[in-house]
Design a protein around this ligand. Structure first.
Ligand code: CA
Length: 232
C-alpha cells in the first residue's frame, strides 16, 4: 500500500533577538521542520491567519507586548504545543507562562540538545493526543490521517499532498462550510485567496478519486458562492 510523504511539521519562532531566532531556525531546519519567524506579538498573530504551526517557540520579552499575550490569543483557537524560551529565570515567570497555556519552559542560555529533545517531546505528545481521532470513515472510504493512508472499498487511493491537505482541512471542520478564501489561504497562502479556479481543479480531482459519482458528490459538497463542506 502506498503512503504519501508526510509534510514537514510547522514551527513558528517568535523572538526579537535575530541571533537567537536564526539559531532556533537552523535547529528546526536540521530537524526537517518548516519554519516561520515573527519578531513581535502582532506579527505572530497576523501570521496565524495563514500559517498554523504544530509547535511554537516563544520568547517572553518582545518589543510590542509580553509573550504571555500571544499565549492567551493562541489558546483561543489552537491546542498545539508552546515552548517558552526566555532569559527570565524566576519561578513565578515560569508558573505564569505555564498557567497562561504554555506547555514547557526553557531558560536562556540553553543547550541545543536539550532544545531539540524538548521540541521532539512536545511534537510527539501532541501527535499521540490526537491519534484517537486519526481515523475517519466516509461510507466505503477510510482515511488514516496519521499514516496518510486512504482506501476506498479496501483499495488504496493515492492523493497528492495538496489533495490530502484540502481533505484534511474539510475534515477538521466536518459538517461545516469552509469558505473558498479560508481554504485557499490555508493551502496556497494569503496571496491566493481569490484563485477560486485552483479549488475547482483540486476538488474535481478529489471527487474523481473518492466519490462514487463525481458529478453527484455525496461527501465533498459545494456550497454555492461560499465554499465546500465535507458531509459526514
Ligand atoms: Ca526578547
Amino acid at each position: 500500500m502506498d503512503t504519501l510523504i508526510q509534510p514537514a511539521h510547522k514551527v513558528m519562532i517568535i523572538e526579537d533577538d535575530l541571533g537567537i531566532s536564526s539559531l532556533l531556525a537552523s535547529q528546526a531546519n536540521s530537524m526537517n521542520l518548516h519554519v516561520n519567524c515573527a519578531n513581535c506579538v502582532q506579527d505572530a498573530i497576523n501570521q496565524l491567519k495563514t500559517y498554523e504551526p504544530d509547535l511554537v517557540l516563544l520568547d517572553l520579552g518582545l518589543p510590542d507586548a509580553d509573550g504571555k499575550t500571544f499565549i492567551k490569543t493562541f489558546r483561543l483557537n489552537f491546542d498545539h504545543p508552546i515552548l517558552v524560551i526566555s532569559s527570565r529565570t524566576h519561578e513565578s515567570e515560569k508558573v505564569d507562562a505555564l498557567n497562561a497555556g504554555a506547555d514547557d519552559y526553557l531558560t536562556k542560555p540553553f543547550g541545543l540538545n536539550e532544545l531539540k529533545a524538548r521540541m521532539n517531546a512536545l511534537l510527539r505528545r501532541h501527535q499521540a493526543q490526537n491519534s484517537a481521532v486519526q481515523l475517519m470513515q466516509l461510507g466505503d472510504i477510510e482515511v488514516d490521517w496519521q499514516r496518510r493512508i486512504i482506501t476506498k472499498k479496501g483499495e488504496p487511493v493515492n492523493l497528492s499532498p495538496i489533495e490530502f491537505e484540502i481533505l484534511n482541512i474539510l475534515a477538521t471542520s466536518r459538517g461545516k462550510v469552509v469558505t473558498h478564501r479560508n481554504l485557499l489561504a490555508k493551502v496556497w497562502g494569503g496571496a491566493h485567496t481569490d484563485d477560486h479556479h485552483y479549488l475547482r481543479i483540486y476538488m474535481g480531482h478529489l471527487r474523481r478519486k473518492l466519490e462514487n459519482d463525481p458529478t453527484q458528490p455525496q461527501y465533498l459538497l459545494t456550497v454555492a458562492g461560499v465554499g465546500y463542506r465535507l458531509e459526514v
